[in-house]
Design a protein around this ligand. Structure first.
Ligand code: SRM
Ligand code: SF4
Length: 570
């Protein structure tokens, strides 16, 4: 290893395939934390050490250690959970975590507030129902997403098969997970190629994210991801193969224009039998070409910007031994979920519920966790978490549909009427996220109340408009692909972005910087008025913002930062 690699590279290399001193750190009862290097390694096992930021001032005053606890993220390709698995997570949430379940923007469940002494019990409980959290975080391939929409069932089944196959193929092989958390025996020996044939000792330069999409729905937000597969369907609805996309990503830092969100590009078309080989080749090219010196420049999107798509494609084809065909036409229409009941092919039905910002809890008047527990007890289908932080109760037989509907209604889980709220997402942010600059999950519902009132005044109450908020520029709720994107700048202050495409194919652009609650409403109200008065038939809000000159259209890559401040070039 050369001298100038980043600190994380050294930690990985010295970690003995992700072991570090995690086992010892777990036994140390003097602190609720673990040492710094292990904090990086524990991510590869699906956990983050966090502290409750609401409690920081009080604990500092009392000279107490921060209120440390772990967040655990479960790995579940395609977001599919059997009822027994749901019940196990629900039990863990109430017994070892903070009493809530958090559905994420990548079809997983996060459990917050697990203190160190409860971590192993949590890991055992999820292992008992055949779940794990390996590689849910860290510099590896994360949870693979796919379109959970069951109404196109044959294509969906193929998408889920591919998502699972990719996930299995790219899961780290290190036995460290089993040894540390499940008291597995250490098996002595194992050269690099044997332990991690795909990743090697230092894994990937940075996190890596893969999705599988079935048009016309782009609910997985394929253009936000490092690698994607778009199902190309034949006349009978069978999957002919996949368009392959590469180089999407959201994260950036305020004031650092060399960092930027980027939409993925279509690299070509492959048959299903070649998809795994292509996925592996994309991962290994990024493993070898990605920047290991500067973590802010280490995602695949920068590799592709720097080397060019043609060079990247050629190297992928060389390694996979496959020549990609030219991409085939496809059309996406939206990134949102299809709420309510939909009929499956076999008489069973599926109910898509609205979970505000993915947070499930038992609140006064809305006992959501309890309702879903009851549903899991009577239901023999499955649960599917959507990429929009929502939940599908899937494959419900005819004789259970009334009961499921009633339980969901009682718990306030049916989709709201407001077009803005139905299309909203917020990242977790405070109090658990250590990187949050502003509130998100706890604030967006109130902002939507205020914005929805203004929309109603302009006769736009039930128009579908995509709004997403994050507490910092990392982009966890994919705000740069929202028609209205709000990104935390500091306490109570946000940057407002406009002009993304409703189908998720075009990024938005900065419209106004550093505004508070009143400033957001004041900035949007005249645009709503103009939209109500001047939109063309079927014109989406994001497209209108560009046509009416509020922002310039964003091309890609570095263009994201060009022409800021509502000064479009014509
Ligand atoms: Fe994220 C870091 C939460 C999806 C980009 N993300 C974090 C951490 C772990 C904070 C940290 O590093 O200390 C957050 C934990 C908060 C908490 O208290 O729970 C966090 N990210 C989330 C979740 C839970 C947001 C949500 O509200 O659902 C999502 C979990 C997904 C999952 O189940 O795997 C989540 N994060 C995303 C997405 C969206 C996506 O992947 O589709 C993105 C943008 C796409 C991308 O990766 O480019 C995203 N998260 C980031 C980044 C910026 C990465 C970058 O390239 O710059 C960070 C910070 C980092 O990696 O340095 C980050
Ligand atoms: Fe935390 Fe920022 Fe991600 Fe929100 S976007 S969860 S504040 S890292």
């Amino acid at each position: 290893m050369t001298d100038d690699v980043s600190r994380n590279e050294r930690i990985k290399e010295a970690s003995d395939y992700l072991r570090g001193t995690l086992a010892e750190g777990l036994r140390d009862e003097i602190t609720g934390a673990i040492v710094e290097d292990d904090q990086q390694l524990v991510k590869f096992h699906g956990m983050y050490l966090q502290d409750d930021r609401d409690l920081r001032p009080e604990r500092a005053k009392k000279r107490m250690e921060k209120a440390f606890a772990f967040m655990m993220r479960v790995r579940m390709p395609g977001g599919v959970l059997a009822p027994a698995q749901w019940l196990a997570l629900d039990e863990v949430a109430r017994t070892y975590a903070n009493g809530t379940m958090r559905l994420t923007t990548r079809q997983t469940v996060q459990l917050h507030g697990i203190i160190k002494s409860n971590v192993k019990a949590t890991m055992r409980a999820i292992d008992a129902v055949l779940l794990n959290s390996i590689a849910a975080c860290g510099d590896v391939n994360r949870n693979v997403m796919c379109n959970p929409n069951p109404y196109q069932s044959r294509a969906h089944a193929a998408a889920l098969d591919l998502a699972r196959a990719i996930s299995d193929h790219l899961t780290p092989r290190t036995p460290a997970y089993r040894e540390i958390w499940l008291d597995g025996e250490r098996i002595v020996g194992g050269e690099e190629e044997v332990v991690e044939p795909i990743y090697g000792k230092t894994y990937l330069p940075r996190k890596f994210k893969i999705v599988v999409a079935v048009p016309p729905s782009n609910d997985v937000d394929i253009f936000a991801h490092d690698l994607g597969f778009i199902a190309i369907l034949g006349e009978g609805g069978d999957v002919l193969g996949w368009n392959v996309t590469v180089g999407g990503g959201m994260g950036m830092s305020h004031g650092e224009p060399e960092t930027y969100p980027r939409t993925a590009e279509v690299m070509g078309f492959c048959e299903t039998k070649h998809a795994l080989a292509i996925a592996e080749a994309v991962v290994t090219v990024q493993r070898d070409w990605g920047d290991r010196k500067n973590r802010k420049h280490a995602r695949l999107k920068y590799t592709i910007e720097d080397r060019g798509l043609d060079a990247f494609r050629a190297e992928v084809e060389r390694r996979a031994g496959i020549t990609l065909s030219p991409a085939k036409p496809f059309t996406f229409t939206s990134t949102g979920d299809r709420y309510g009941w939909s009929e499956g092919a076999d008489g069973r039905a599926h109910l898509t519920l609205f979970v505000q910002n993915g947070r499930l809890a038992d609140r006064p008047g809305a006992a959501q966790l309890s309702a879903l527990r009851k549903i899991a007890q009577v239901h023999n289908g499955d649960f599917r978490i959507t990429p929009n932080q929502n939940l599908i109760v899937a494959n419900v037989p005819a004789d259970k549909q009334k009961e499921v509907h009633w339980l969901a209604t009682e718990a306030g889980l049916l989709a709201p009427w407001s077009g803005l709220r139905r299309n909203s997402m917020a990242c977790v942010a405070l109090p658990t996220c250590g990187l949050a600059l502003a509130e998100s999950e706890r604030y967006l519902p109130d902002l939507i109340d205020a914005l929805a009132e203004r929309l109603a005044a302009h006769g736009l109450a039930d128009d579908d408009i995509v709004i997403r908020m994050t507490g910092c520029p990392n982009g966890c709720a994919r705000p740069y692909l929202a028609e209205i994107g709000l990104v935390g700048k500091g306490p109570g202050r946000y940057n407002l972005y406009l002009g993304a495409a409703f189908d998720g194919s075009r990024l938005n652009k900065l419209y106004v910087e550093d505004v508070d609650h009143a400033g957001i409403i004041a900035a949007l109200d005249p645009i709503y008025a103009a939209y109500a008065a001047g939109r063309q038939k079927g014109e989406r809000f994001g497209d209108f913002c560009i046509r009416a000159g509020f922002v310039a259209a964003t091309g890609n890559g570095r263009d994201f930062h060009a022409n800021v401040g509502g000064q479009p070039t014509q």
